[in-house]
Write a new protein. Structure first.
Ligand SMILES: Nc1ncnc2c1ncn2[C@@H]1O[C@H](COP(=O)(O)OP(=O)(O)O)[C@@H](O)[C@H]1O
Ligand SMILES: [Mg+2]
Length: 661
């Protein structure tokens, strides 16, 4: 079908395509044709009128824009209210009233300006959105207009960064360093251009979340980040907290539970942080993969070093597979070295390596630099280090070596090479004791310097008793494929049987979910274990809240009960946002109608004409598995159309709801 046909089809005029084509009329020319000219082409009166009406609905520009393959998302395009999960951060300057009474208005304005600039910069770094400046308060959204799978975490990291660095805002000599308070809350809100129009419009948010964030902010100590339960439950073990208990909050009848975030947790990795050992679902399937890993481990132990690359989309079970291997070889002598690449440190050289060293050395939050240096010394001494070895690593960890080690005068390039040597020597020293299991998690986020080092390690382990495992998402092109000691494992989605087994393991024996519900979860999750887990938990929660308690009620109302759980909401919304505004709008309308909807129905209710509708529908192709062909290259993964529809069902605002606000 060519563009012309695609445009004509929804108007019921597909049969005109050959005629127009025969006269070299394309979509660019079409709006310029008069009725007389159309008549000359042999079009009936009805056809002419229909065509002209459709053409008139489009400006010339929008017609050609509609013809170009991809709609470009822009903030201004995203209009009309929508419901979505948002993490809202509210920050406020400490002591600004006192400052106002002491300082010139001019100076005060300068200070506030510098402060706002700093906030905007940090927020931008985590891809948040400054919604509003209210004097010295700043209202920030994470998850809008662009959602990310980790918006909650982004908000908390941005908050911590601000609290840690706000004192660096440069001020006149006689002004105390600035301090701020930060409150963060997460919730489903209605967001849209409810306030004003045009460039300067604020993106108004309706719902209690911004309000709660502002109230929590007021409870925070200077330079502290305080989070609500909604936020806390979604980021769990990623951070360390001080439980502030349940506090009275203005406007809330019941006391509200609050936590202060102390900093990123020492938990070894994201997987552990988000999956405490007690909550891990027993492994389902993956027997062959485990077998392969065990065989490689046996070879590695004999000195024939091995590398296994584990590739797969998010949530498919890469980390779980590696955890399963570790469980299986638990009793054997081994040294484990684990490196976690992080989306937040892709431009921080050697981040996974340094973080591993800090963990291995046993640094704790309140160690003085001298104590840390001592610990580092002990750690590195296993490899009988050269004099400058410790100094080089200490420098990487920003530890002042004082006069303990002789100064060196290496060029940056030389220093890097030397540092790599130190780290490789360290590995060689370790393998003298026992075999080593090295795990590099989420290599798609690796920083370039660590990548270079990993290249060297992969070469080096070939003749060492080391099994090196690296996990990554499909978009990462591993440069190591083809070496004799490198094997690749691609994790596929679970089949229906394993999917059902997983539902049952998550649900436990006593839940008694009906077969229908199990089938529905399996079908919807489409073999991605993360989805299976989250959807199952959502169903169990819905069941628990159900007065009847009987699971039969679930099958009676399967759709709302199987809504999108908060933990997945962001992940799916992020996908939807990436499609651009037009497909998203259609998905929202479609989702309000039902999981399957006809083109005609959509055409009748969508505020778009046929051409626009068709273009918008392209990426949402409602054929089953249409998304698989969508080639969402950035993420290298695809979702079923109905998952998108679900996320948009949640975000779509029905007329009734809109009226309520
Ligand atoms: N084969 C499996 N059996 C049981 N649970 C699994 C399996 N694969 C994945 N999971 C669970 O699904 C979730 C996502 O898996 P994870 O290993 O974190 O994915 P990835 O590392 O690929 O992003 C985790 O909670 C994990 O425990
Ligand atoms: Mg993982």
């Amino acid at each position: 079908m060519d563009e012309m046909e695609r445009w004509l089809a929804p108007l019921g005029l597909a049969q005109l395509a050959p005629v127009l084509r025969a006269h070299d009329v394309d979509l660019e020319i079409l709006p310029e044709l008069s009725e007389a000219e159309l008549e000359k082409l042999g079009l009936s009166l009805g056809q002419r009128k229909k065509l002209l009406k459709a053409v008139a609905g489009l400006s010339h520009q929008s017609l050609s824009a509609a013809c170009s393959a991809k709609p470009t998302p822009s903030l201004n395009d995203v209009s009309s209210a929508e419901r979505r999960q948002l993490t809202v951060m509210f920050c406020d300057l400490v002591g600004s009233t006192a400052m106002a009474s002491r300082l010139d208005p001019e100076d005060l304005r300068e200070i506030i300006g510098a402060y706002q600039k700093r906030v905007a910069k940090v927020v931008a770094r985590y891809d948040g959105f400054v919604a509003k400046y209210m004097g010295d308060g700043v209202l920030v959204y994470f998850g809008y207009p662009q959602a990310h799978e980790d918006d909650v975490e982004r908000a908390v990291r941005a908050g911590l960064k601000l609290a840690d660095t706000i004192h660096r805002v440069r001020l006149q000599a006689d002004v105390e360093p600035l301090q701020i308070r930060i409150g963060i809350a997460t919730g489903i809100v209605v967001v849209g251009d409810l306030v004003g129009f045009g460039e300067a419009q604020e993106r108004g948010v309706v719902g209690e979340t911004p309000n709660l964030a502002a109230r929590l902010q007021a409870l925070a100590e200077p330079n502290a980040v305080v989070v609500a339960a909604s936020t806390y439950h979604l980021i769990g073990g990623l951070f360390e907290y001080e439980d502030l208990g349940a506090l009275e909050v203005k406007g809330y009848a019941e006391p509200v539970r609050v936590w202060r975030v102390c900093g990123p947790s020492a938990a070894a990795g994201r997987y552990e942080a988000l999956h405490p050992a007690t909550a891990v679902t027993p492994l389902v399937g993956r027997e062959e993969e485990i077998e392969l890993l065990l065989r490689r481990w046996r070879r590695a132990k004999s000195g024939d070093g091995q590398v296994v690359l584990v590739s797969g989309e998010p949530g498919i079970g890469k980390s779980r597979l590696i955890a399963a291997l570790q469980e299986r070889i638990e009793g054997e002598p081994q040294t484990r070295l684990r490196y976690f690449c992080s989306p937040y440190h892709q431009d921080s050289a050697l981040h996974p390596i340094l973080e591993q060293l800090e963990r291995a050395a046993g640094f704790s939050r309140d160690d003085t630099p001298a104590i840390r240096l001592e610990k580092l010394d002990t750690l590195l001494s296993q490899a009988s280090p050269l004099d400058h070895d410790v100094a080089l690593v200490a420098e990487l960890l920003s530890l002042p070596v004082m006069d303990r080690y002789p100064p060196h005068a290496f060029t940056p390039q030389r220093k890097k090479e030397k540092t790599f040597e130190v780290l490789l020597r360290q590995l060689e020293a370790l393998v003298r004791w026992q075999p080593v299991l090295m795990i590099f998690e989420d290599v798609h986020w690796i920083d370039p310097t660590s990548h270079e080092l990993l290249d060297l390690i992969i070469e080096r382990v070939r003749h060492l008793p080391v099994l090196l495992l690296a996990t990554f998402r499909p978009e990462f092109p591993p440069p190591w494929i083809g070496r004799p000691h490198v094997t690749t494992v691609t994790l596929n989605r679970l089949d229906g049987r394993d999917g059902a087994a997983l539902v049952k393991r998550v649900a436990g024996s006593k839940s008694g979910l009906s077969g229908d519900i199990v089938d529905e979860i399996v079908e919807r999750a489409d073999g991605v274990p993360l989805f299976v887990e989250e959807l199952t938990k959502a169903v169990l929660e819905a069941d628990a809240h159900d007065d009847d308690g009987a699971s039969g009620t679930l099958s009676a109302v399967p759709r709302p009960a199987l809504g999108i759980p908060a933990t997945l909401h962001a992940l799916l919304m992020a996908r939807l946002d990436r499609l651009g505004p037009a497909p998203k709008e259609i998905a929202q309308i479609g989702a309000a109608v039902g999981r399957e909807f006809s083109y005609e129905l959509l055409a009748a209710i969508a505020p778009r004409n046929g051409m626009e509708l068709q273009t918008a529908l392209d990426p949402l192709d409602p054929r089953p598995r249409g998304f698989d062909e969508l080639g969402m290259a950035e993420e290298g993964q695809a979702f079923r159309g109905d998952q998108h529809l679900d996320a948009s069902r949640h975000s779509g605002l029905t007329a009734d709801q809109a009226g309520a606000f």
